[in-house]
Design a protein around this ligand. Structure first.
Ligand SMILES: *Cc1c(COP(=O)(O)O)cnc(C)c1O
Ligand SMILES: [Zn+2]
Length: 445
């Protein structure tokens, strides 16, 4: 049921109006160094446009670039990046965005803290150095602001006036905020049974929020239908028809981690998996830094992390399969609860190629890991951060992650979004009368 008429909602600041002629949208778009879209399966190239599947083989499309080369170019590029703003736009020369991107209204995510986690390292037995990349510090408190910021630029370039998405929660909030800031209409779709905090955060920015009776995969299917329907004309779905651009935002995590380590690659990265997009683009970002000469080439291992209640990629990895069999999610880690992960097969390739692994942890281990991170480092992670820290612990205990290597574990969201996960087992040490005697009796003096 719609709360408001769609037509009455239009708030448009973009110069172009949406056109029913796709060629008009692909004509002269300025997305900086982005040269074309290329198929990840067959390599076929397509002009930049709001498309996501290869016409030749239906494979997923990704952005292909004309990037600078040579060692002299590397030095100049490094200087230019270091002189840039303290957000993802410092990497604009490596992203599908126009050169003047930093001057347009955008929520400007990124350059979040890389926290040296010595106390957590001691607890886990990591001796080679452990860092937490803490993306809870983004404008809407999850890593999703990175990907949405790039999608907004693509939406502007293609003349879309409504920003939309299918979301497990965090994306809906990020789209709502980014659309509000950019002066676009937003209409986002979520499963109806999300955490209250995520629902409020998705709704507060004033766009339309629609709860769908079904799982995330049902929401996704619905959105695909909407794109094919005249209702969806002029709509940019950040994770569907803008997906190739959106996905590139995750590269900025790789760039930041290496720059914050002093332009070095870590040995191990532990990354959460929902659709698997983030993990695959972190790998792409690392390989770009190597080929551009911005970091010295050396082996690195990427480890994927899932919750047991939604672990199709982990299962395929353990079974030695190349295909990922869809599951019906049942876990407290709702931000990662995608039962049919689009990038699953690519995640398997990367884990195997780099010598990493994909592992999963139970909901109980997720809660324990959230508390462990909070107790040792003062970082309150959402359930996705509990998944990565829990998986890191499991990988070390089973000897599959070398504790003598330099390791980066990602926290991709804020614990305030998933209070329900820890509320039942967290609370006051005591409740007392306001007297010293009562405090003594509580055994805390
Ligand atoms: C979306 C999300 C991810 C990763 O999603 P992918 O679909 O794998 O890119 C990780 N953590 C959080 C908190 C998220 O919201
Ligand atoms: Zn193809």
């Amino acid at each position: 049921m719609r709360r408001k008429g769609l037509a009455s909602m239009a708030v448009q600041t973009v110069a172009s109006t949406p056109s029913s002629d796709p060629a008009a949208r692909t004509g002269t778009v300025d997305l900086g160094p982005a040269a074309a879209l290329s198929c990840r399966e067959c390599g076929e190239r397509t002009p930049l446009g709001p498309v996501f599947a290869c016409e030749a083989c239906f494979g997923p499309l990704e952005v292909a670039y004309d990037l600078p080369g040579g060692s002299e170019a590397a030095e100049a590029l490094r200087k230019r990046i270091e002189a840039g703003p303290n957000n993802i736009w410092r990497y604009a020369p490596l992203l599908p965005v126009p050169a003047d991107v930093a001057e347009k209204p955008n929520v400007n995510p990124g350059f979040t803290k890389l926290v040296k986690a010595d106390r957590l390292a001691a607890e886990l037995g990591v001796t080679g150095g452990l860092h937490v990349k803490d993306d809870s510090g983004n404008p809407t408190h999850s890593f999703k602001d990175r990907v949405v910021a790039i999608a907004v630029e693509a939406a502007r370039a293609f003349g879309f006036t409504t920003l939309s998405c299918s979301s497990t929660g965090n994306l809906a909030g990020a789209v709502g905020a980014a659309a509000a800031r950019a002066g676009l209409r937003s209409c986002v779709f979520i499963p109806h049974d999300l955490e209250a905090g995520k629902v409020v955060m998705a709704a507060v920015y004033g766009g339309d929020l629609v709860g769908i009776e079904g799982t995330y995969d049902d929401v996704n299917r619905f959105c695909s239908e909407l794109i094919g329907d005249p209702i969806g004309e002029g709509w940019g779905f950040v994770n569907v028809n803008l997906r190739p651009y959106y996905a590139e935002g995750s590269k900025t995590l790789a760039y930041e981690i290496c720059e914050q380590l002093g332009w070095r690659l870590p040995d191990n990265l532990v990354v959460p998996i929902a659709s698997g997009s983030q993990l695959t683009k972190i790998d792409k970002g690392l390989r770009e830094l190597i080929s551009l000469g911005l970091v010295e080439d050396k082996p690195y291992k990427i480890f994927g992390a899932q919750a047991e209640g939604c672990s199709p990629v982990s299962k395929a990895f353990k079974d030695g399969h190349d295909v990922v069999r869809p599951v019906k999610p049942d876990t407290i880690a709702k931000s990662l609860a995608i039962g049919n992960p689009a990038d699953g097969p690519y995640v398997l390739d990367i884990a195997r190629r780099t010598g990493g692994a994909v592992e999963d942890v139970t909901d109980e281990q997720v809660v324990d890991a959230i508390k462990l991170l909070a107790r040792t480092e003062g970082i309150f992670a959402e359930t996705a951060g509990g998944v990565t820290v829990g998986v890191l612990r499991k990988l070390i205990e089973s000897g599959r992650l070398d504790p003598a290597g330099e390791t980066v574990v990602l926290n991709t969201g804020d614990g305030l979004k998933t209070l329900d996960a820890v509320a039942p087992t967290t609370g006051p040490s005591a409740t007392i009368r306001p007297t010293l005697e009562s405090f003594r009796e509580a055994g805390l003096a």
